[in-house]
Write a protein that binds this ligand. Structure first.
Ligand SMILES: [Zn+2]
Length: 58
C-alpha cells in the first residue's frame, strides 16, 4: 500500500510511505494514519512546536 505523508500542521506533503499488508513499516511516533494519508509533522513545524514549547516554559 502506498501512502502520502502530510504535515498535519501546514498540510505540506512531507513524503511518501510504503507499507506491506501487515501494517506500516517504520512507524514514527508522530504518525497518524487516516485512509491512505499519514499525518505527521514536517521538520519546520516540528521545530516551531519545539520552539514555542521551549519559550512557554522559560
Ligand atoms: Zn508543517
Amino acid at each position: 500500500m502506498y501512502m502520502l505523508k502530510v504535515c498535519r500542521c501546514c498540510d505540506a506533503i512531507v513524503g511518501e510511505l510504503e507499507t506491506d499488508d501487515s501494517g506500516i513499516v517504520g512507524v514514527d511516533y508522530a504518525l497518524e494514519v487516516t485512509g491512505n494519508v499519514a499525518y505527521t509533522l514536517c521538520s519546520q513545524c516540528m521545530q516551531e512546536l519545539d520552539g514555542s514549547r521551549l519559550s512557554y516554559y522559560q
